[in-house]
Design a binder for this molecule. Structure first.
Ligand code: NAP
Length: 272
């Protein structure tokens, strides 16, 4: 199934659905004539239709009837209700791609009651600027070609990785929640710059570009972060003194515990 020109329905064009829609339309992966979306409120539907130049409504069943690909972007707690609404309007020739955190592919398969291909995706907010990270997995009736379609969609807004479904909550706790952790680290580094006398804007720039640079080196070289850290750490230099403070403040164990907690919460999200 070639996604180009395919009929796509985006159910729940909020923050994440809106990011995806805008990027896919802008990059030409979707055409305005064959893309529809839904939201909950009529006034939002009206303003979104004007903004994106596509049909936007509030009737999920009507939106999916003609669609070949159905992107589910409502909140996890709303998924079951939306599936009940579209149950009679979908068939196993369609593809469902869901970004709902914590909702397993089998829930779609069971609620819809047909052998429909389902791909689950877990993107993050940097997708907004095309530098996101999306984990993907497939349900029992999805094939490699369905994963390829999902990869091509999320590939326009960042990197993608395919994992077993048992790892999707881990992806949620690490890369979907992760930007929040990095923003806190960035904010703290910038505060540190202010503490030692730098203007705030310069401190923030130094912290952000340093974070981006370090991440780019890890991605481009594939080197282990510990090796790269060692290369910065001159014997009896200043970095080792900074590292000693980080170790005493338990930065590593705190980050590990933060991800573990987020993963635990991800397992519960679909239930409220
Ligand atoms: N934000 C993230 O960083 C992120 C990352 C990864 C995955 N996700 C997943 O993305 C999904 C959406 O999150 P979000 O942050 O984008 O939430 P959001 O901004 O609140 O968007 C939810 C959208 O769903 C619409 N909606 C609610 N009930 C609906 C219904 N019955 N039928 C059709 N549309 C309905 C809402 O309409 P109105 O606009 O009219 O209220 C809203 O546009 C969640 O499942 C979340 O797990 C989010």
């Amino acid at each position: 199934m070639d996604p180009l020109g395919r009929r796509v329905a985006v159910l729940g064009a909020g923050k994440m659905g809106g990011i995806l829609l805008s990027a896919l339309l802008e990059k030409g992966l979707l055409s305005r004539q064959t893309t529809t979306a839904t939201v909950q409120h009529e006034d939002r539907a009206h303003s979104l239709a004007q903004k994106l130049g596509i049909a936007v409504g509030t009737d999920n069943a009507a939106a999916v009837r003609e669609a070949e690909i159905i992107l589910v972007c409502v909140k996890p707690q709303a998924v079951e209700g939306v599936m009940q609404q579209i149950r009679a309007a979908v068939s196993s020739t369609q593809l469902i791609i869901s970004v709902a955190a914590s909702v397993p592919t089998r829930q779609f398969e069971q609620t819809l009651g047909i052998k429909i291909p389902v791909v689950r995706a877990m993107p993050n907010t940097p997708c907004l600027l095309g530098c996101g990270m999306t984990g993907l997995c497939k349900g029992q009736f999805a094939e490699a070609c369905h994963l390829e379609i999902a990869s091509s969609f999320f590939g326009v807004i960042g990197r993608t990785v395919v994992v077993d479904e048992k790892h999707m909550d881990a992806v949620t706790g690490l890369s979907a929640s992760g930007p929040a952790y990095i923003y806190i680290i960035l904010e703290s580094l910038a505060e540190a710059g202010v503490k030692v006398g730098l203007p705030r804007d310069i401190a923030t720039l130094l912290a952000a570009q340093t974070t981006l640079g370090a991440a780019t080196v890890v991605l481009e070289t594939g080197d282990h972060p510990a090796l790269l850290k060692d290369a910065v750490t001159t014997p009896a230099g200043c970095t080792i003194d900074g590292i000693l403070e980080l170790e005493e403040g338990k930065l590593r164990v705190t980050l590990i515990k933060a991800v573990v907690k987020a993963v635990q919460r991800a397992k519960e999200l679909a239930y409220g």
